[in-house]
Design a protein around this ligand. Structure first.
Ligand code: CO
Length: 289
């Protein structure tokens, strides 16, 4: 059971996040720059008194996750299937949400992940096994005629840790973990009209610190100093000052930071995600107003 003050921090993070998501939905339009949306999300989180938990993920079409614009990114939205995955933390307590904005013609695919999320939330309560949640997600998405993305999962949330146990799989599993009252989890079904399996591709724009170790290179040291403030939370290449490509490579090679390349499926992918606090008879969804 979490302390009440801790749960209040989660709730505050969730409230800010829900507001920012509402604003962002209105901004995503054909012709708008991805970078403008990403930066406005991150600015708005801070203006409302939150901290950015991870870089604004804007993943298009076959991309499922981990895409964020680079510093000089000039790309604009066209008739894309847009996944916006955003996070806020208060004192390390994170709320995580994602939505799909359909600028093209993929209504059913979006409905599949939305309705999988709704049904999954309906089965949550203290003592439920995560396997029951996973079964509902897979069933709902396959009923729509699509595949759940099997190698992406929902997750627990812990202080400064965005992907904490238990994993909440998007496909049936033999067994899972029993949820406890007061536990904070994010459920995130992904629905694909491809094969439902993502692979890593492209240049990573998102990183996180895994293990501090001494480094000689001045480029790498400068970055280490700068990223201290993010603790173990992900950060974007574009957040860093100056030329950082070499330093980031050195830190990655030394096992000090982890790079998150874009995750792509072989078909279009939609996503829906909310964060909730598990209660004895259900849950409190903190990322909705
Ligand atoms: Co998440």
């Amino acid at each position: 059971m979490q302390e009440p003050e801790v749960l209040d921090k989660y709730r505050e993070a969730g409230r800010i996040l829900a507001e920012v998501r509402g604003e962002a939905i209105k901004k995503v339009k054909v012709g708008v720059k991805l970078l403008d949306v990403a930066e406005s999300v991150e600015r708005s989180i801070q203006q409302k008194g939150g901290a950015v938990a991870f870089p604004t993920n804007i993943s298009l079409n076959e991309e499922a996750a981990h895409a964020t614009p680079s510093e000089a990114d000039a790309s604009i939205f066209s008739r894309d299937l847009v996944k916006l995955d955003i996070g806020v933390h208060i004192d390390g307590y994170i709320a995580d949400t994602a939505i799909t904005i359909d600028l093209g013609n993929n209504k059913k695919l979006v409905e599949a992940s939305n309705s999988a999320l709704e049904r999954a939330i309906d089965v949550v309560h203290a003592d439920v096994d995560t396997a029951a949640i996973s079964a509902v997600i897979e069933q709902t998405i396959t009923d729509y005629g699509f595949h759940p993305v099997v190698n992406l999962t929902g997750h627990g949330l812990e202080r400064y840790t965005q992907h904490a146990p238990p994993p909440i799989h998007n496909r049936r599993t033999q067994s899972g973990t029993k949820l406890k009252e007061g536990q904070v989890i994010a459920i995130e079904p992904f629905s694909s009209n491809g094969n439902g399996r993502v692979y890593e591709t492209g240049k990573a724009e998102i990183f996180s610190l895994v293990k501090e170790k001494p480094v000689r290179s001045p480029e790498a040291r400068a970055i280490l100093k700068e990223i201290e403030t993010y603790k173990s939370l992900p950060f974007a290449r574009r957040w860093l000052k100056g030329r950082v490509d070499l330093g980031l490579k050195q830190l990655e090679a030394a096992g000090i930071i982890h790079a998150y390349p874009v995750l792509k499926d072989r078909g279009l992918v939609s996503q829906a995600e909310d964060t909730l606090i598990v209660t004895t008879d259900g849950s409190e969804v903190i990322t909705r107003i």
